[in-house]
Every structure is written in structure tokens, then in C-alpha cells.
Design a protein around this ligand. Structure first.
Ligand SMILES: Nc1nc2c(c(=O)[nH]1)N[C@H]1C(S)=C(S)[C@@H](COP(=O)(O)OP(=O)(O)OC[C@H]3O[C@@H](n4cnc5c(=O)[nH]c(N)nc54)[C@H](O)[C@@H]3O)O[C@H]1N2
Ligand SMILES: Nc1nc2c(c(=O)[nH]1)N[C@H]1C(S)=C(S)[C@@H](COP(=O)(O)OP(=O)(O)OC[C@H]3O[C@@H](n4cnc5c(=O)[nH]c(N)nc54)[C@H](O)[C@@H]3O)O[C@H]1N2
Ligand code: SF4
Ligand SMILES: [Mo]
Length: 724
């Protein structure tokens, strides 16, 4: 029981935010006495996991959000952030009306406009970009479920340049590492069978702080069932406190550890022989490649004792195939991340965990036909400018950072217009000063958001979207253990003069002569059209919120053909060999922090999603600012006291805002750590502006993964300056 306490995810509307949330109500109750009460099903957008929600509405006010009992990702519960969604809905700082810029770009001065004026302006400027530079010169950055209609718009316009920061700044390297090995990426939600695993290895994945609901619930479940857990992290994370083995690894050396584990497993003949013989190829080459990578070799690099490395490898192998070396999600760390992810994939392959219970299930899914009569999208005359598939040969999604770089360079061709939907690029792309330069080179910047975040301050036009609790979005067909189809629908009417994304995209399409790509009058008609093809209807889905399809076993069939070049699990990659790069991952030393400097690491707060929740009064009242974790030893040497304010100064002279020191023995002395998403500078975010510091501003050095363009952001070094 003790071990489970931290993982408590709310079953009845109260999260780790605790009993506090009710008392934190920041908006007036409409009236006294009994009020009409109803429950509406929808799904969450406080992060990208998309858990099913049941919202209670009383007298037109959303009073409670809880987990949808039938939704496979929620299982009746939401994480604390999901429970706090009303803090976004009733955020007094929300964008309320369309805005057109009046000051210089970046001055954050606007006049209010009508929708007709704002959309007319955007359409006119888009046509001008097209006339002068071609339709490909319009780019879309989009993150979040609501962006799909803007994707349709920009593709219909004729541009291939559509990107999300969730690839090159997040999970891209993992997808490539697993594709090279198993022929399939991991995707979202991850196809990890955490609940049934007997041995879980977490390499930096800080479950419990990383609050993806289903994973955290399954983590608690595997602990309850007695799974063994090994956590590898330079910081003693919440997950580490549940581990049988905690390995405080020297940052940047995980590939050495993974190679040493494979070395032990191969020399002691502990791999899953039957499985590998049936499904694998390249085992002999792997054996030869890792021959020298003994635990003794790795101990000197990773600073993990030889015996620990060996013991964990043996214990892991004893649990095979119900072993899960978790692939992680935010893996853009050092620039060799696709290779580290591949090493993780290979270790899983040796254990036989792909397609095994307690390992990775083969995800099932439902196919939702397109809306009937939708015309095919035009083929863009020119390819995308981001470098995916060209400069970065293995990237299979568009690179947000690549779009930004190409915009600045004006090559391979000019991008002159950006639409930015639901992503605050000034926090999510590395090196915000560079991003600002790219913004200044544009002829048109449109920002579609719910809050006046930093990037909105640079826009020519700001389009205020209503929140996920006030709108329909496209359907969500989830691939999980139990495949499902979920509906987002308005719980209450949009506040202010905000509008849903589908409406904005369609209105723009009509003004651009692209109405054929939106051949429906309203989103209800669109959704009903798609749902009819699934033998259900909008009326039925509004009632149920989610349709659940029969669970699939997800186990590997006898003669499974993997989607790799060889049709097998590749322990040696000919694809990589032909590219002239390591066919088996190798360890390369990373740059070391200069004297007096520490490696800057970052992660998540269980109460926040990046910078998108820090202005949320419900969540922000519980965790209001971030802290910088500094080891006792270092703090002692520098004379930094607990809670003292410090500034971080990086190797290029970038200086952070003042941030409180958390002096702790839970972190190695060679690094410091902070939660991403604080340090907002937009004064219009009245609750969070000026609170805490932004890691993004300290990420001026980026090590780009040569295989796929992921932006490794953890080779930045900071010194600690005390505030007076
Ligand atoms: N509450 C909450 N949950 C979230 C999110 C959120 O914003 N808030 N965001 C979601 C998203 S989009 C993502 S991508 C995930 C990200 O979450 P994860 O996939 O878990 O990944 P990271 O954020 O990179 O992991 C940070 C951890 O890695 C450790 N670490 C740093 N460097 C190293 C290293 O060199 N080696 C090892 N072994 N460990 C290292 C850090 O100390 C920290 O504990 O979280 C998701 N879940
Ligand atoms: N330095 C640094 N950079 C990082 C990371 C890090 O840890 N450190 N993490 C990386 C990772 S893992 C990821 S996934 C990315 C995430 O990067 P982003 O997706 O850009 O995350 P946020 O910065 O939170 O920006 C989300 C934006 O969406 C807006 N928004 C919220 N709800 C809605 C809505 O319903 N409609 C619209 N239109 N807008 C909405 C919010 O107000 C906010 O402006 O960042 C990456 N970049
Ligand atoms: S994990 Fe939490 S924030 Fe993310 S969708 Fe689920 S409930 Fe919402
Ligand atoms: Mo992410």
C-alpha cells in the first residue's frame, strides 16, 4: 500500500491536487439552491493522452471533471491535470476576441476585430503569400487533437509543410529506433503492457511525474503484482522511489549501459533463444559488436557498479519474455537518441518482449472511413522544406525545428507564412532567440490558441479558440489494448467570442475557394457522416462518449513478418550499414560540463503540462513555480541555501529568470534539474508571468540527430549565480 500512495490518481474528482481543488474555486457560484445537473461525456486535452471525461454541469457551469468509466485510457480516472480542466475553461486571462496586430511584430499590441475582419485578413494574406512564393510557402505548426481541420486546410491550400514539436523535440528518435529494429514505431498511446510486466526498466521515463494516466495506473498495478523495477536516472525520481534497483547513471551514458546489458545477456547465454531464432536476424554480428562492452567497461563510463550492471541483466533475463525496457517518450537528449532508442529496442528483442504479454502488445485499432465525398488533396508542387527524408534520411514525420531552420535560411525555398495552432513555439523549440528571428522574417503569422502565450504576442492575427470543453473536434480512434472510438463534444457553450478550430478552418477554406475540402455545413454533419459509416451515429456517441471494440490479444503470430528490410527483428541493421553509420549502436562520449558548470536536465511536474497549464489557477495554486534541483554537495560548495533564489547562466551567456533552489541529495552533483513550462514572459498570463524559470531559454546548444533530425537539448551547461 505504501508503495502505491504516490500514484493515487483521482477516482472521484480529486487529484494529487488533493482536497484542495474544491476550496480553490476561483469563480462565483451562479446561484444557491438545487440546480439542474447533467453529465456530458467528452475527452481531455490538458495533455495529449486524451482520456475520456465525464463532466458534471450544474446551472450552466462545469463543476466537476472525472474519468469516464468505459474509456480504456481513463479507466474511470483522470490525472490531477485532467481534474483541473475547469481552471482552463474559467481562466480569466483567456483570449476572448480575434486580434489584429497594431504594433511592431513582437510588441504584443493589437486591436480587437470581428471574426469576419480577422478571417478576411488572414485569407487575403495567404493568397498574397501564394501569389508571391507559391502555396508551399505557407507552413502549419500544430499540436493537439483540434489541429486536424487546420491540417486539412493547409494541405488543401497545397503545402506539404505541416509539423508538430512532438516529433523532432520529443518522441521522433524512439519511433526511428524501433522502426529500424521491429519495423514498427511505438506511437501514442505507447503499446506497452506495463500492467502485466514482470520486469520494468525505466530509462529516464519518470512515470509518476510524467503523468500519462493509463501508464501511471498500470505502473501502480505492476508494483501491486510484484514486478521488479529498475530505474536509471541521474535524479532520484518518484519512479526511482518504487524501484528494486536505482541506477544514478552519469547523464549521457545510457548507450554504454545498454550495450553492457546486452554483453552479459549474450556471453551468459541468457537471451530468449527460441524467439530470437524464429524472429531475429544479425545476432552473430551483434555478439561480435558488443564483445568488448563488458560491465567492467561500462562501469567506468556510467559510474554504475559492475555487479549492479550484471545482476540487473540476469534478473531481467530471468523474467523474459514479460520484460519491458520502456522506450520513453521525450527522448531528444543528446543527438544520438535514435541509436539509444535502437539499443533499447534491441534489448527488448533479445528478451522476446515484442508481442509478448508483459512486454509490447501489437496494437489493435479501428479504421474510421473519411467523410464521404471528400476530394483527394492536391499534390504539392514542391516537397517539404524541413529536411525529413532528405537531410535527415530516416525522419518519417515533418520536423518542426527543420521548418523553423529553413524559414530562417530561406532554403530550400522561402516559407513566408506560418499558422501556429496549439503550440507555443517560443517554449517548445530550442533556442527561442533563433525562433524569434524566423518569426521576424515572415509575411504572415497567425496564432490559434486559447491563451495569450508568448508566440501570440508576435502574431499578425490571433484567433481565439474555445477550449476542449466548449467544442466538437474530429473523432479519436484509439489504438490500445482495447481499441476504441471517442467523441469530443461541447460540455458548455463557448465563452466570450471564441470559436472552435473546425469552424475557423472551414471559414478560411470558403474564403480561399477551398470549400470542396469542407463539403459539410457544420461539424455535426461531418461527424455524423463519419459515424454512420461505423454503424453508429452522432446521437448515440453523444450519449456514450466512447465506443469500445473487442480487445485483441496483441501477441506475436508464429510466422510474423516484421516490416523491416529483412522481415525480421534486426539486431544488425543493413539499412544503417548502407548509410555508412553504426549498424549496431556504439557509445560515444558526450561533452563534459566546463569547470563550475552543471549539465541542465529537465522533466515534468505531475500537476502541469509544459507551459500550457501554469496559468491554470486550479493547478497553479498547487504548484506555482518551478525550482532548480541542486545537489547538497554543490549547494554546500557554492553556499546556496534551500529556497534561495538563483539564476542559471549557460555556456553561451543565456541567463535564466530567478528560480528557487531545491537543495537535495536526490540528484547527482554533475547536473541540475528543472521542470519545463515555467518562466512565462507574456504579461497577459497574469497568474504565471514571471514565476519560475524557463529551461528553453537555456537551450541554446542543440545536437541534431543525424539520422532523423531530433534536437538533442541536454548538452547545455549552466553555472549557478546567487541572487542578492
Ligand atoms: N505531468 C505531466 N506528464 C507528462 C507531460 C507533462 O507535461 N506533464 N508531458 C508528456 C509528454 S509530451 C512527454 S514526451 C513525456 C516526457 O516524459 P518522459 O518520457 O518520462 O521523459 P523526459 O521528460 O525526457 O524524462 C525526464 C527524466 O529523465 C531523466 N534524465 C535526464 N537525463 C538523463 C540521462 O542522460 N539518462 C537517463 N537515464 N535519464 C535522464 C531526468 O532526470 C528525468 O527524471 O511526459 C508526458 N507526461
Ligand atoms: N526546453 C524544452 N523544450 C521542450 C520540452 C522540454 O521538456 N524542454 N519538451 C518537448 C516535448 S516532449 C513536447 S511534446 C513539446 C510540446 O510543445 P507544445 O505542444 O508547444 O507545448 P506547450 O508549450 O504547452 O504549448 C501548447 C499550446 O497550446 C495551447 N492550447 C492549449 N489548449 C488548446 C486548445 O484547445 N486549442 C488551441 N488552439 N490551443 C491550445 C496552449 O495555450 C499553449 O500555448 O515541447 C518540446 N520542447
Ligand atoms: S493524462 Fe491527465 S491531462 Fe492527459 S489526457 Fe489524461 S487526464 Fe488529461
Ligand atoms: Mo512530448
Amino acid at each position: 500500500m505504501e508503495r502505491r500512495r504516490f500514484l493515487q490518481i483521482a477516482g472521484g474528482g480529486v487529484g494529487a491536487a488533493g482536497a484542495g481543488t474544491a476550496a480553490l474555486s476561483l469563480w462565483p457560484k451562479a446561484q444557491e439552491g438545487p440546480r439542474e445537473s447533467r453529465k456530458v461525456s467528452t475527452f481531455c486535452e490538458l495533455c495529449f493522452w486524451k482520456c475520456g471525461v465525464l463532466a458534471t454541469v450544474e446551472g450552466g457551469e462545469v463543476v466537476k471533471l472525472e474519468g469516464h468509466p468505459a474509456h480504456p485510457l481513463a479507466m474511470g480516472r483522470l490525472c490531477p491535470r485532467g481534474n483541473g480542466g475547469t481552471g482552463l475553461l474559467y481562466d480569466p486571462d483567456r483570449l476572448q476576441k480575434p486580434l489584429i496586430r497594431t504594433g511592431q511584430r513582437g510588441e504584443d499590441r493589437f486591436k480587437e476585430a470581428s471574426w469576419d475582419e480577422a478571417l478576411g485578413y488572414v485569407a487575403e494574406r495567404m493568397q498574397r503569400v501564394k501569389a508571391q512564393h507559391g502555396p508551399e510557402a505557407m507552413a502549419l505548426f500544430t499540436h493537439g487533437h483540434g489541429g486536424s481541420f487546420f491540417t486539412q486546410l493547409v494541405k488543401a491550400f497545397g503545402s506539404p509543410n505541416v509539423a508538430a514539436p512532438s516529433y523532432a523535440q520529443c518522441r521522433g528518435p524512439r519511433e526511428v529506433g524501433f522502426q529500424l529494429t521491429f519495423g514498427t514505431g511505438i506511437g501514442s498511446p505507447e503499446n506497452t503492457d506495463i500492467a502485466n510486466t514482470r520486469f520494468l526498466v525505466l530509462i529516464g521515463s519518470h512515470l509518476g511525474e510524467n503523468m500519462h494516466n493509463t501508464q501511471v495506473q498500470e505502473f501502480a498495478e505492476c508494483i501491486r503484482r510484484g514486478a521488479k523495477i529498475c530505474v536509471v536516472d541521474p535524479r532520484y525520481s518518484v519512479a526511482a522511489s518504487k524501484a528494486n534497483w536505482y541506477l544514478p547513471i552519469k547523464p549521457g551514458t545510457d548507450i554504454a549501459l545498454l550495450l553492457a546489458w546486452m554483453n552479459v545477456i549474450l556471453t551468459e547465454e541468457l537471451w530468449n533463444k527460441e524467439y530470437v531464432a524464429k524472429h531475429g536476424t544479425g545476432l552473430e554480428e551483434l555478439k561480435a559488436a558488443v564483445k568488448e562492452n563488458t560491465p567492467e567497461w561500462a562501469a567506468g563510463i556510467t559510474e554504475i557498479p559492475v555487479e549492479t550492471i550484471r545482476t540487473v541483466a540476469r534478473e531481467m533475463a530471468a523474467a523474459k519474455p514479460a520484460v519491458l525496457v520502456h522506450p520513453g517518450r521525450h527522448v531528444t537528449w543528446y543527438g544520438d537518441d535514435a541509436q539509444r532508442s535502437r539499443a533499447i529496442a534491441m534489448l527488448n528483442g533479445l528478451m522476446g518482449s515484442w508481442g509478448s504479454k508483459g512486454g509490447f502488445f501489437l496494437p489493435g485499432g479501428v479504421e474510421v472511413p473519411k467523410y464521404p465525398g471528400l476530394p483527394a488533396l492536391p499534390k504539392p508542387a514542391r516537397g517539404a522544406i524541413d529536411g525529413a527524408g532528405t537531410r535527415y534520411p530516416l525522419a518519417d514525420e515533418t520536423l518542426a525545428s527543420g521548418l523553423c531552420d529553413a524559414t530562417m535560411a530561406g532554403a530550400p525555398y522561402q516559407a513566408k507564412g506560418w499558422i501556429v495552432y496549439g503550440t507555443n513555439l517560443l517554449q517548445s523549440l530550442p533556442n527561442p532567440k533563433q525562433t524569434m528571428k524566423a518569426l521576424q522574417s515572415l509575411d504572415l503569422l497567425v496564432v490559434v490558441d486559447v491563451l495569450p502565450v508568448e508566440i501570440a504576442g508576435y502574431a499578425d492575427v490571433v484567433l481565439p479558440e474555445c477550449t476542449y470543453l466548449e467544442r466538437y473536434d474530429d473523432l479519436y480512434a484509439g489504438t490500445f489494448k482495447t481499441p476504441f472510438l471517442a467523441l469530443r463534444q461541447p460540455v458548455v457553450r463557448p465563452m466570450y467570442d471564441s470559436k472552435p478550430g473546425w469552424w475557423m478552418a472551414r471559414e478560411l477554406a470558403l474564403r480561399l475557394g477551398l470549400g470542396d475540402y469542407f463539403p459539410w455545413q457544420n461539424v455535426e454533419q461531418y461527424l455524423d457522416g463519419r459515424l454512420k459509416a461505423m454503424n453508429t451515429s452522432l446521437t448515440a456517441m453523444k450519449q456514450a462518449g466512447v465506443a469500445v471494440y473487442p480487445a485483441e490479444e496483441g501477441l506475436l503470430p508464429e510466422n510474423h513478418k516484421f516490416d523491416t528490410a529483412s522481415g525480421k527483428i534486426e539486431f544488425y541493421s543493413k539499412t544503417l550499414a548502407e548509410m555508412g553509420v553504426d549498424a549496431v549502436p556504439r557509445h560515444y562520449a558526450k561533452p563534459e560540463p566546463p569547470e563550475g558548470h552543471f549539465r541542465l536536465l529537465f522533466g515534468r511536474s505531475p500537476l502541469h503540462t509544459f507551459g500550457r497549464t501554469t496559468n491554470n489557477r486550479v493547478l497553479g495554486s498547487v504548484v506555482r513555480e518551478n525550482e532548480v534541483w541542486i545537489s547538497n554537495k554543490v549547494a554546500g560548495e557554492l553556499g546556496v541555501r534551500p529556497n534561495q533564489r538563483v539564476r542559471l547562466v549557460n555556456q553561451d551567456g543565456a541567463v535564466s529568470a530567478p528560480v528557487r533552489a531545491r537543495v537535495t541529495n536526490r540528484i547527482r552533483p554533475d547536473c541540475v534539474y528543472m521542470v519545463h513550462g515555467f518562466g512565462h514572459t507574456s504579461k497577459k498570463l497574469r497568474f504565471t508571468a514571471g514565476r519560475g524559470a524557463s529551461d528553453s531559454e537555456l537551450v541554446t546548444r542543440v545536437d541534431v540527430d543525424p539520422l532523423m533530425g531530433g534536437t538533442g537539448m541536454q548538452n547545455n551547461f549552466v553555472r549557478v549565480e546567487k541572487e542578492a
